[in-house]
Design a protein around this ligand. Structure first.
Ligand code: ATP
Ligand code: MG
Length: 325
């Protein structure tokens, strides 16, 4: 059966890097692509940043490839993540030979809880002076994340994982998260250690090679994975995946890059690596590795886009990657 992939390029350079990722997928397999709109452009036309049919498509497709959305981003990506029932955000941050990085030895993967924590939406303005936020942590979400982390470790060449938390202060919420995650790891026989997230922030800058797979609550995962992005250099390189029970959505970490949109010079690497994560998720492990090594080769030997100090266009880089496939 041919897998159905929803393609939602969105705004800005999403329109340029998403077709590049599709071109790469076409080079390694047979998929049925269905394109749909989301973002500022469709909002201007119809009043809705996320048309119902796009939501339905993402909810029913085997996987979705998303580009970026402009000012309407929150109205697009949050419901899209919900459409795919995503409970974990997977964010690799890896330095590549040939790319300037603050910490070239960095090779990390963040597994971020994607449904609760302080992003659960329970905020209140109680008076002129006082606003509050309810932090939600459930054992079911913590354990589901931990199960995923155990499978992730078992499938890849990782020794185990580290859980980053702040259970010394947030004893009830992070205490529960920490306890549940470590309990699942022990049950599954997976090596897991723990680190306080503030200490992690310093430690990962000094010795990134001491860490591999890092499991985090929602906000910590958001902040710490951005910090790690800084260590490897270049927003144009970082992919991400939002994984749900039935389907999943893959997107570059970068946004619409309005400063370079429309010029055909955006780096397609993050979008193409997101497509490699999509392949891996659908069980095309060998194809995923081929894409990964084609990308690695081009990063090392060029051609390169301007963000990496080169002069190549999006299309030049995409063709070079496809040629290597
Ligand atoms: P948004 O609000 O959509 O996030 P932004 O202004 O924050 O837009 P980003 O897309 O987050 O822009 O990018 C931040 C900077 O990184 C910009 O200068 C942009 O040109 C650069 N950048 C981001 N992605 C890429 C890419 N794929 N190729 C080249 N440069 C990029
Ligand atoms: Mg941005």
């Amino acid at each position: 059966m041919t897998e159905e992939i929803a393609v939602v390029p969105g705004d800005g350079i999403g329109q340029e890097v998403t077709p590049a990722a599709v071109e790469v997928l076409e080079a390694v397999g047979e998929f049925e692509f269905t394109e749909a709109d989301a973002g500022d452009a469709v909002k201007d036309e119809t009043g809705e940043a996320l048309p119902e049919e796009t939501y339905e498509l993402a909810a029913s497709a085997d996987a979705t490839l998303f580009g970026a959305a402009g000012e309407s981003a929150a109205d697009v990506i949050l419901p899209l993540r919900e459409a795919v029932g995503s409970f974990v955000n997977v964010r690799p941050a890896r330095a590549y030979p040939g790319v300037d990085a603050l910490r070239p030895e960095t090779d990390l993967v963040f597994l971020r809880e994607n449904t609760e924590g302080v992003y659960s939406g329970h905020e209140n303005r109680l008076s002129e002076d006082l606003s509050t936020l309810t932090r939600v942590v459930t054992s079911s979400a913590s354990e589901r994340l931990a199960e995923f982390a155990c499978e992730y470790v078992a499938e890849g060449d990782h020794d185990g994982f580290t859980v980053a938390h702040k259970a010394n202060v947030m004893r009830e919420t992070d205490g529960r998260f920490r306890e549940d995650v470590l309990a699942v790891a022990e049950e599954r026989g997976v090596d897991a250690d723990e680190v306080l997230m503030d200490a992690f922030a310093t430690h990962v800058c000094l010795d990134p090679e001491e860490f591999g797979v890092v499991v985090c609550p929602n906000l910590a995962g958001d902040v710490l994975s951005d910090l790690a992005a800084g260590l490897v250099g270049g927003l144009g390189l970082l992919p991400s995946a939002n994984i749900g029970e039935e389907n999943a959505l893959f997107e570059p970490v970068h946004g619409t890059a309005p400063d370079i949109a429309g010029e055909g010079v955006a780096n397609p690497t993050a979008a193409i690596l997101s497509a490699a994560m999509l392949l891996d998720h659908l069980g095309y492990d060998e194809e995923s590795e081929r894409v990964d090594s084609a990308v690695t080769g081009v990063l090392e030997e060029g051609p390169r886009t301007a963000d990496l100090g080169g002069e190549a266009s999006t299309e030049d880089v995409t063709s070079a990657i496809v040629d290597r496939l």
